[in-house]
Design a protein around this ligand. Sequence first.
Ligand SMILES: NC(=O)c1ccc[n+]([C@@H]2O[C@H](COP(=O)([O-])OP(=O)(O)OC[C@H]3O[C@@H](n4cnc5c(N)ncnc54)[C@H](OP(=O)(O)O)[C@@H]3O)[C@@H](O)[C@H]2O)c1
Length: 321
Amino acid sequence: MRYVEVGGARMSVIGLGTWQFGSREWGYGSEYAERDAVDITQRALDLGINLLDTAEIYAFGRSERIVGRAIKDRRTDAFVATKVFPIFPLAPIVEQRARASAARLGVDQIDLYQVHWPNPVVPLATTMQGMAHLVEKGTVRHVGVSNFGLGQWKSAERMLGGPVLTNQVQYSLVTRKPERDLLPYAAAEGRVVIAYSPLAQGFLSGRYDGTNTPGGVRAGNAMFLPGNIEKAKPLLDALRAVAAAHDATPAQIALAWVIRRPNVVAIPGASSVAQLEKNVAAAEIELTDDEDARLTETSDAFNPTTGLNAVPHLLRARLRR
Ligand SMILES: NC(=O)c1ccc[n+]([C@@H]2O[C@H](COP(=O)([O-])OP(=O)(O)OC[C@H]3O[C@@H](n4cnc5c(N)ncnc54)[C@H](OP(=O)(O)O)[C@@H]3O)[C@@H](O)[C@H]2O)c1
């Protein structure tokens, strides 16, 4: 495993996303929540992953509890990241919520506490004041944000009076916006971009097609529309070709591409221990400059139907289910 070390933190370039743990919207069932999720987390730690990403909102605290169970006897192996869901993120509320998350996780200190989304109404200054208190008291080691633009990230730093170490954003071969300004900022200033949905929720595995698309939360993900799967054929073919050269899978190549960027770590979720093991192995894959360029150029040419344009297609797909 490779690690990114900045600002006194050390994070594995492949982490583990745990939104899936106990969440109805992923539909993995009770056996997954009760047994597999703990096995996945412990195997992740065995294989050198230390970055575990959860949030108070995931399965309404259940994901944090599962992570807590998995790390119970090996706290020092884990770099635990969780998030405050920013409904009324006033300083005292942020502090109270951090303590509640720490209790569910069974830890004295949260390694990375992130603001899950910017709140358009509550001033960021009060949220960051709460964060600063948490750091002073030792409840939190590092502060992060999520889904913040560059201007918001910098404002958060001014209000905190120090570095906001990470910004967790959607980043993959099909979602490249963070390259415009977040990645350059992280690389230049010693910050980290945590890439969520690095496999585009499994889309980049290439296992889904027009006749086999996932349900649950992914039924609302425009990427899985048959038209987009068709448009993605050149990209998925490029992933397959590069994968063949490395005796790897398309999903592994998609992850290797993300973590080739400086100061970027990825936090794929996993539906099985086998997937987790593949994701860990992706950290060892060294893409050549030519392979990287081929994937990047094919990604540039991919023009999926998204946003409002995708809504009628998603509604039609839902009616057909
Ligand atoms: N901050 C935020 O707002 C935010 C938003 C979303 C996610 N996140 C975080 O980011 C994490 C990851 O994002 P995500 O779960 O949305 O998407 P993702 O990591 O891109 O996709 C995860 C899904 O891909 C499939 N998969 C994983 N490894 C695979 C492999 N090796 N081969 C083939 N398929 C594989 C699995 O689904 P199947 O096997 O069922 O296909 C798995 O559930 C979340 O768990 C969460 O911690 C944060």
